[in-house]
Design a protein around this ligand. Sequence first.
Ligand SMILES: Cc1cc2nc3c(=O)[nH]c(=O)nc-3n(C[C@H](O)[C@H](O)[C@H](O)COP(=O)(O)O)c2cc1C
Length: 146
Amino acid sequence: MFALAYASYSTIDAQDLRLEELSQKASLKNARLGITGYLCYDHGVFLQYLEGERQRLLDLMVQIEKDPRHDVINKVALGEQDVRVFPDWNMHYLNRNDLRRVDLEHVLEHSLFHMDPKMYGQENIVALITALVANIAARQATLSAA
Ligand SMILES: Cc1cc2nc3c(=O)[nH]c(=O)nc-3n(C[C@H](O)[C@H](O)[C@H](O)COP(=O)(O)O)c2cc1C
């Protein structure tokens, strides 16, 4: 099980993104590929976490990066993982309200800000993303019930 996360800037308005539809489509395709994870969006910034078989994940990431709806600013390979953290989420969309509800809004902002590789070392970014993933994983059941 390989995991990676990335942050990107959306290139189009939030309404035009149709985020629910985007994540539903992503979910269907991820289900076919055995990929799971979540997608956060807030104020023009995406933060996505993906886990699955390494090569399938890297191939999908190539496609995601080509998507004109966003510009990827930093990709973080989290490496091989022993367990799948989000088995029930083929692509779960989390908005600011979801994160506020589980008191994680500040963590998201923090992570997005610190994802800039020009400002922080990749090791610190990996540590931060790992902490965010663990936080969201711990609140998975509550977030699924949204
Ligand atoms: C922020 C963002 C996240 C995306 N996440 C996924 C994803 O997790 N899985 C996926 O299949 N497509 C995702 N997409 C869509 C892909 O970029 C691409 O449109 C899609 O994989 C094309 O699939 P198709 O050629 O099989 O129709 C995402 C797009 C954006 C803008």
